[in-house]
Design a protein around this ligand. Structure first.
Ligand code: FAD
Length: 288
């Protein structure tokens, strides 16, 4: 096996162009599982973990640009203010050891329906920045993930960064699992309030072939939330929001849970997430 380990992004893109069959590897926490199990037997690996250019983040005019190589540990430590739900999701990924190695770009490229960062990024309307030697393009995350473990990534491209608006209001991420840590989500949900533009973003995880937004639910909430008065959230509104989120899901029965359970759990965690986010916005003590 040939192992390429560039330290410059331009060199990584050149290797990708010359050897499109080379498998990119960042933290290796998904890729090495595939290799060790024999599901993948590449003759080349393209190590991205030494490239500092894509491992940080910055902001520009209210937009956060998080490099593909930023680790979950760094997200938790550095992006909790500008991306609270993403930081909450990152804090639930694996164990500290996994979070120290595993990257945002790897979570997105794996495109698991249960990938924890994806619902939070969908809730923010994130886009993925893709680079090749030929240039760059930006694709909405909702379009980038095309199916379970399938994406729009071209053979000569790498994920360079993820772009999303910095939080202007509260966000929440909830994950249902059979235990509190080291667990793949049975289902998950993220909500993001943007009071500046009176909009609500949502993301559903592990309850459809791809992570997806609950569009009807977010439009309903944006319409009925009392943005002017910041009044108490009617429990019936939160309940109906949860029902719409459950309706937007398309879950399956599998070893982690039944479709029926997933829909029920989604309705509950979505209702609670909206209540918590709204109470945060009102400056009240979370309840629910
Ligand atoms: C014990 C354990 C627990 C886990 N727990 C969770 C969990 O709770 N939640 C969760 O969501 N995930 C979990 N995972 C999965 C994994 O840790 C995450 O998906 C992680 O974010 C992957 O990042 P990575 O850098 O390790 O990716 P890698 O393994 O390096 O790569 C994953 C895939 O992405 C591709 N890739 C990586 N970087 C790029 C790039 N820049 N451009 C294009 N393609 C790229 C690789 O070719 C590969 O196909 C767990 C894994 C393990 C082993």
């Amino acid at each position: 096996m040939t192992f390429h380990s560039p330290t410059r992004w331009a060199d990584a893109l050149a290797v990708r162009a010359e050897h499109p069959q080379a498998v990119p590897i960042a933290g290796g926490t998904d890729a090495m599982v595939e290799l060790n199990s024999g599901r993948r037997r590449p003759d080349r690996l393209l190590d991205l973990s030494r490239i500092a250019e894509v491992s940080g983040w910055d902001t520009d005019g209210g937009t956060v640009r998080a490099g593909a190589g930023i680790t979950h540990t760094a997200i938790v430590a550095q992006l909790a203010e500008s991306a609270p739900a993403l930081a909450q999701a990152a804090s639930t990924v694996g164990s500290p050891q996994i979070r120290n190695r595993a990257t945002l770009g790897g979570n997105i490229a794996t495109a698991s329906p249960a990938g924890d960062t994806l619902p939070t990024l969908l809730a923010c309307g994130a886009a993925v920045e893709l680079h090749s030697v030929g240039g760059a393009r930006t694709v909405a995350l909702a379009d980038f993930v095309t199916g379970p473990k399938r994406t729009q990534l071209a053979p000569d491209e790498l994920i360079a960064a993820v772009l999303f608006p910095a939080a202007t209001g509260p966000q929440h991420f909830s994950k249902v699992g059979v235990r509190a840590a080291m667990i793949i989500a049975v289902c998950s949900f993220a909500v993001a309030l943007f009071p500046d533009r009176r909009s609500v973003g949502t993301g559903i995880g592990a309850a459809a072939p791809t992570p997806r937004a609950a569009v009807e639910a977010q439009d309903f909430a944006a319409e009925v939330l009392p943005w002017d008065s910041l009044g108490h959230l009617d429990p019936a509104v939160a309940g109906y929001f949860g029902d719409l989120v459950a309706k937007a899901a398309d879950p399956i029965d599998d070893v982690r849970g039944t479709a029926q359970y997933r829909r029920h759990a989604l309705a509950v965690i979505a209702r609670r997430a909206l209540i918590w986010a709204w109470d945060d916005l009102r400056g009240a003590v979370p309840c629910g």
